[in-house]
Write a protein that binds this ligand. Structure first.
Ligand code: AMP
Length: 428
């Protein structure tokens, strides 16, 4: 029988990498605290309707990428492909409208999309998600961009580019949609010049044609009219305030009037943050304003803005840029034992050392003492405590400082204090 492997598009984040994730999440949590976002832990699955109505029926995510199933109670359930719709659902369900506005929330966890896996694109991936709900002030759009850039700055990432656009609102977007459609229809190649997917998008979701990566579609829409020129007064004013604000933050910002994003709920501001190190999947962050999402899922009008950023891509960018990714946890003390009796003594000593805050490990494989010493050195333990026959007889512990090679015999009752004080000296 073949050994079962992880499903395509999923990956195990192993010990050599998981501490990098912990570092990223620590930085996110601290930044969230400093910016006044509170954390919410949301369900991994939701009613399918939340996404089909929230994200939009004609989006790639809803049409092709959702993991949807009927549960044993005959309900259609979907593993969340993103977090914004769940955030808004949670805001409505818990009547957060009654709280002082805006409500600033953040969350992190795995998302699920049936996509074609490649480097930086998986079927299960982690996102951090930050949202500001309840206000339509353009400065809150700016605050979300600033939040994401601050996370990247604290992580040490450089060389990022912010692309921003306005996708208008239900008042002005139809005007642009028609302008784009008539531009495509009257272009030399016409509708037939587009790839098959874009031909399908023409009536259902023509703005997404601007997002197509296929060269002939890109070429055809190169000189397409700009969304910015079709904006209504309100959207234009909003966009101007955001871009003026962006010019004051320390970031490389470019207006990209082809930026439309894959989810339908965006209104006004849309943005993406790109990292050159990522290759073709170069977006480390995507976000924008979604003033009509709450109504789409049955709630009252609740404006909102926010972003999501993929942890796999953050870690890939950190590695690509060779910056500090936190420190792999190390063992302070490894206890080496010579006999079963010594191993029992070692358990008690380990408990004592751990209770004063030291990271301790010991042998359970009954290796020879020499092999145990070798193992202690290979895992980078700072100290080794040796409990051999002599130590059992005398009640002392042999302590070896692995950095200096110095070794001494320490009374059992003083071991924890001595190691702690040596550890402090080593840090100095
Ligand atoms: P989106 O929710 O599509 O706006 O994506 C927001 C961010 O999530 C992107 O900029 C990526 O960093 C990340 N992301 C989206 N889809 C994937 C995926 N399939 N695999 C890994 N990361 C992803």
């Amino acid at each position: 029988m073949e050994v079962i492997k992880a499903p395509r598009g999923t990956r195990d984040v192993l010990g050599d990498e998981s501490w990098k994730w912990a570092h990223v999440l620590d930085v996110c949590r601290k930044t969230a605290d400093d910016f006044g976002y509170s954390e919410v832990l949301l369900p991994i699955f939701e009613h399918t309707e939340l996404f089909s109505r929230g994200i939009g029926d004609t989006t790639d995510v809803v049409e092709k990428e959702m993991y949807t199933f009927i549960d044993r109670g005959d309900r259609s359930i979907t593993l969340r492909p993103e977090l914004t719709a769940s955030m808004v659902r949670s805001y409505l369900e818990h009547e957060m409208r009654r709280m002082p506005q805006p409500v600033k929330l953040w969350s992190a966890g795995p998302m699920f999309r049936y996509e074609r896996p490649q480097k930086g694109r998986y079927r299960q991936f982690w996102q951090i998600d930050f949202e500001i709900l309840g206000v339509s002030n353009p400065m809150s759009d700016l605050e979300t961009i600033d939040t994401s850039m601050e996370i990247y700055r604290r992580l040490g990432l450089t060389n990022l580019q912010v692309l921003t656009n306005s996708v208008g609102c239900p008042k002005c977007r139809p005007v642009y949609r028609e302008a784009l459609k008539s531009f495509i229809s009257s272009s030399p190649g016409g509708l037939g010049g587009l790839c098959e997917t874009c031909q399908g998008r023409f009536d259902r979701n023509p703005l997404r044609i601007l997002d197509c990566k296929i060269p002939r579609c890109k070429e055809l829409t190169e000189s397409a009219p700009s969304m910015i020129d079709s904006l209504c007064d309100e959207c234009r004013e909003h966009f101007d305030s955001v871009t003026r604000g962006l010019s004051r933050i320390d970031a490389d910002v470019r207006i990209d009037n082809r930026l439309v994003r894959g989810l339908d709920y965006y209104t006004k501001t849309a943005y993406e943050i790109l990292a050159g190190e990522l290759g073709s999947q170069n977006a480390v962050c995507g976000g924008g304003r979604y003033d009509n999402l709450s109504e789409a899922i049955g709630g009252p009008h609740v404006p909102g803005v926010g972003f999501a950023s993929g942890i796999e891509r953050i870690v890939l960018t950190l590695e690509g840029q060779g910056v500090y990714i936190g420190k792999k946890p190390e063992i302070d003390v490894y206890i080496v034992t010579a006999s079963v009796d010594a191993a029992i003594e070692a358990s008690a000593l380990a408990h004592e050392l751990r209770s004063v805050g030291l990271a301790v490990d010991l042998d359970y494989a009954r290796r020879a003492m020499k092999a145990q010493m070798k193992h202690a050195s290979s895992i980078g333990a700072s100290f080794v405590c040796i409990i051999g026959g002599d130590e059992m007889a005398s009640g002392a512990i042999g302590v070896k400082n692995m950095k200096s090679g110095e070794q001494m015999s320490v009374p059992r009752s003083e071991t924890a204090a001595r190691i702690a004080s040596w550890g402090e000296e080593m840090v100095k």
